[in-house]
Design a protein around this ligand. Structure first.
Ligand code: UD1
Length: 427
C-alpha cells in the first residue's frame, strides 16, 4: 500500500502537458476488437485501468503491446468472446467490451460489473439497447450471457438518460450491424466523439457523435488506423483547481479548451483569470478565492460529475458559501468526511452539499475513497497548513498518471511513500 504526503501552502507555477484521457482510452481500446485490423493509439495514459484493458485484449487473443504512451494492437486473430471474473474485477468500465465483442462474435459473456464507490451503476440501458439491436441477454450467478443468433441489426434507440457507457456500447455494437442505428438522447461527452472519430478512421460510418442524435450505418470492411487520444479534461480541471487553491499561475499545454467550457466559468467566478488558446490554457489565481457559487452536475455540456469533488475542494477554502448539487451519481460525496478532517465546513443533505469557505485548511490523515474524490483530497492538501497524508491511493492511480509528479513539476511538495499502517476494513 502507498500514500501521498503533501506539504501544503506552496504556490504552483509553470507549464505542464495534460495526460491523455482515461475515459476515451478505455472504449477506444475496446473498439480495436471490432475492426479485426491493426491500430496504433498515441497519448494513451499509463494507468491501472488502461493496463487492465490491455490485459483483457490479450486474453481475448488480440495482440496488444504498450510502448510508453503508445499502444499497438492487432485483433485479426481474436479467439475468445468471454471476459473472466478476475479481469472484470480489475476495471468496472470493462462493460464497454460487451458491445465490441458482440460486434465481432455475435456473442459475449462477462461478469456483471455491479455497484462501485460512487453508486449502484446499473447497466439496464446497455442491455435494453443491445436487445433492440437483436441481442438476447440473460443474467445468472453474476454473469451476463449475450448472443445474436441472426446477427445484429440496426434499430432506433431512445435513451431515457444520456448514459456515456450505454452510448459507447451501442456505437460499438452497431458499427458492424446490418443497417442503420439511430441513437436519440445520446451522451454528448467529448469521449463519445473521440470514439466515433477513431472508428470512422477505421472505416466506420458514424454521424452526429457529440450531439444528441447519433446515426450509425453498419459496415463490414475496416482498415488499419493510427489515432491520438484526446487530452483528459478531468485531469486538466484537477490541475486548474491545484493552481487555484495555491494562488498559483500555471499553463496547461495539450488541452482542448473547448472540452473545459463547462468548468471554466466557475474558476472565473472564483476570481481566477484565464487565458485560453485552442490547446493551451493559463490560469492566474487570486491570493484569496471567491466562492464558485452554485454548481449542478449534469451530462455534458453541463458541469461534469467527475469534477465535482475538485470544485468542492476549491470551495472549502474560498470566501463565502458555495452550493453543489450532484445529479448524476447517488453516492458521490464520500470525500466530504475526509475534507472535514482537514477543517472544511460542509453539510450534505441528499444530493445537496453546502460548503462554507474557511480561511485555512489544516493537515490531517485522510483516505481516498474513490478516484476523483481522492484527487480532490490531494488538491485540498495543497492549500492546507502542514503535512497531509492521503492513504489508499490505488483509487487515484486508476485515473491519474502519477499525480505527485504532475504537482512536483509545478513546484508542489508531494511524495509517494510506503503506507505501513493497516487500512480500515483490511485484514
Ligand atoms: C462515465 C465515466 C465516468 C463519469 C460518467 C458520467 C468512463 C469510464 N466513466 O461512466 O467517469 O462519471 O460517465 O459522466 O467513461 N445509468 C443507469 N443505467 C444504465 C447506465 C447508467 O441508470 O444502464 C445511470 C448511472 O447509474 C448514473 C448515470 O446513469 O447515475 C450516468 O451513468 P453513465 O453516463 O452511464 O456513466 P458511466 O458510463 O458509467
Amino acid at each position: 500500500m502507498e500514500k501521498l504526503v503533501i506539504e501544503g501552502m506552496r504556490r504552483l507555477e509553470g507549464d505542464i502537458k495534460v495526460q491523455g484521457s482515461k475515459n476515451s482510452s478505455l472504449p477506444i481500446l475496446a473498439a480495436t476488437v471490432v475492426t479485426g485490423k491493426s491500430c496504433i493509439l498515441h497519448n494513451c495514459p499509463v494507468l491501472c485501468d488502461t493496463s487492465a484493458a490491455i490485459r483483457i485484449l490479450n486474453y481475448l487473443g488480440c495482440k496488444a503491446v504498450r510502448a510508453g504512451h503508445t499502444v499497438i494492437t492487432d485483433s485479426g486473430d481474436l479467439k475468445r468472446y468471454d471476459i473472466p471474473d478476475f479481469l472484470m474485477r480489475e476495471m468496472r468500465s470493462s462493460i464497454v467490451f460487451l458491445g465490441a465483442i458482440l460486434s465481432r462474435f455475435k456473442k459475449a459473456e462477462m461478469s456483471s460489473p455491479g455497484g462501485c464507490e460512487i453508486g449502484l451503476r446499473p447497466i439496464d440501458l446497455h442491455l435494453s439497447s443491445l436487445q433492440a439491436l437483436g441481442v438476447r441477454t440473460t443474467e445468472s450467478d453474476g454473469r451476463i450471457y449475450c448472443d445474436a443468433p441472426d446477427g445484429l441489426h440496426g434499430a432506433k434507440i431512445t435513451l431515457s438518460f444520456p448514459s456515456v457507457g450505454a452510448t459507447e456500447n451501442i456505437i460499438l455494437a452497431a458499427v458492424a450491424a446490418k443497417g442503420t442505428t439511430t441513437v436519440i438522447n445520446a451522451a454528448r461527452e467529448p469521449e463519445i466523439s473521440d470514439l466515433a472519430d477513431f472508428l470512422n478512421g477505421c472505416g466506420a460510418d458514424i454521424k452526429g457523435a457529440g450531439g444528441g442524435t447519433v446515426v450509425i450505418e453498419g459496415k463490414q470492411d475496416f482498415f488499419d488506423y493510427e489515432h491520438t487520444i484526446i487530452p483528459d479534461r478531468i485531469i486538466a480541471s484537477t490541475l486548474l483547481v491545484s493552481a487555484a487553491v495555491t494562488g498559483g499561475d500555471i499553463t496547461l499545454n495539450s488541452v482542448n479548451t473547448e472540452h473545459l467550457m463547462p468548468v471554466l466559468p466557475y474558476f472565473e467566478k472564483s476570481g481566477c483569470v484565464l487565458f485560453t488558446n485552442k490547446d493551451t490554457l493559463r490560469i492566474k489565481a487570486p491570493r484569496r478565492l471567491l466562492s464558485p457559487g452554485l454548481i449542478r452536475t449534469m451530462p455534458y455540456p453541463g458541469f461534469p460529475t467527475d469534477s465535482q469533488a475538485g470544485i468542492m475542494a476549491m470551495a472549502t477554502c474560498a470566501g463565502g458559501t458555495s452550493v453543489i448539487i450532484e445529479n448524476i451519481f447517488e453516492s458521490r460525496y464520500k470525500h466530504v468526511p475526509e475534507l472535514i478532517r482537514m477543517g472544511a465546513k460542509i453539510t450534505v443533505q441528499n444530493t445537496v452539499a453546502v460548503v462554507e469557505g474557511v480561511s485555512a485548511l489544516h493537515s490531517a490523515v485522510t483516505q481516498a475513497t474513490d478516484l476523483r474524490g481522492g484527487a480532490a483530497l490531494v488538491t485540498a492538501a495543497l492549500a492546507a497548513e502542514g503535512k497531509t497524508s492521503v492513504r489508499n491511493i490505488r483509487h487515484i492511480d486508476r485515473g491519474c498518471e502519477r499525480l505527485e509528479d504532475m504537482l512536483t513539476q509545478l513546484g508542489g511538495k508531494v511524495k509517494r511513500e510506503k503506507d505501513t499502517q493497516k487500512q480500515s476494513g483490511e485484514d
